[in-house]
Design a protein around this ligand. Sequence first.
Ligand code: NAD
Length: 321
Amino acid sequence: MSKVLIIGAGGQIGSELTYKLREIHGSDNVVASDISFSNLDVVNSGFFEVLDAKDFNAVKICIEKHNIDTVYLMAAMLSATGEKHPMMAWDLNMNSLFHVLNLAKKGIIKKVFWPSSIAVFGPTTPSINTPQHTTMEPATVYGITKQVGERWCEYYHKQYGVDVRSIRYPGIISWKTLPGGGTTDYAVEIYHKAITDKAYECFLSEDTQLPMMFMDDAIKATLDLMNASEENIKIRSSYNLSAISFTPKEIAASIKSYIPDFEIKYNPDFRQKIADSWPKSIDDTSARADWNWKHDYNLELMTKEMISQLKKKYTSSEKIS
Ligand code: NAD
């Protein structure tokens, strides 16, 4: 039986990965960890360790203590926050990856999942149906860390046989845990505000199209990739992954079909420039061919699920600020 450690388990994706892995492997075989106790749902749902992903010895001790063989490294500083703290983003995003790759190189762990992002692409990348292999000149610190991370993942696989697997996630939309400072966060906030205020002020312009995905699809892709047999994993940098692409105007229209008096205003800020440097849609033919990736949620299904889940959530909890 595999023993799993999730680093950054309190975050938007890490939390849902933790719940799903606990369902599959049993709570005793899944250790969640984060820099703090901030996500109490995760802390209270099984083994939890406070762990700084930047501290090699602490990560090693935690792995040895729990006999971990598989690590999901979800801790990172995201695109918008990274632009405010470039050196901190570099420090966290790169050192945490090196620590885990080096533990795998030494044979202390057997398998690693590390997420990359559509932020690896930049203004010189073809923005429609962005190919798997193409020009990559990222314009953000976050994108630079992800691009460099991809190169190291491939290097550790080729040179040292490390079984590291990766996906370039698009913007992920979910209702359980709020997002942590990315440029696609608007597509989560808009649903919360639609329920609580029937109005939302969007920090991107109405026609900014970006690749997105509902959380259930992102978790399914992550687990499918991790469960695929080694010979089917032909890309060891990171796989393009795609589901839906839409603009703020289109998501607002989809919300209006459930909440007709919902109103949206546009007030683009510094995140507009980041969004403008990213692809509008992604070609994920390789993921579909190599490990049978297939998404389930389109915009309509996602809106239905988000609104229904958030309505339940807000009947028993507080508003987001
Ligand atoms: P998040 O910001 O919601 O969560 C990150 C977690 O890492 C937080 O719980 C935070 O407390 C924790 N963390 C921060 N510093 C830490 C440290 N030093 N040690 C341990 N934990 C620390 O991020 P997320 O959205 O869940 O993203 C997870 C991964 O997926 C990241 O690598 C991110 O770059 C990638 N990704 C996310 C998206 C998205 O839309 N959410 C899109 C593309 C890629």
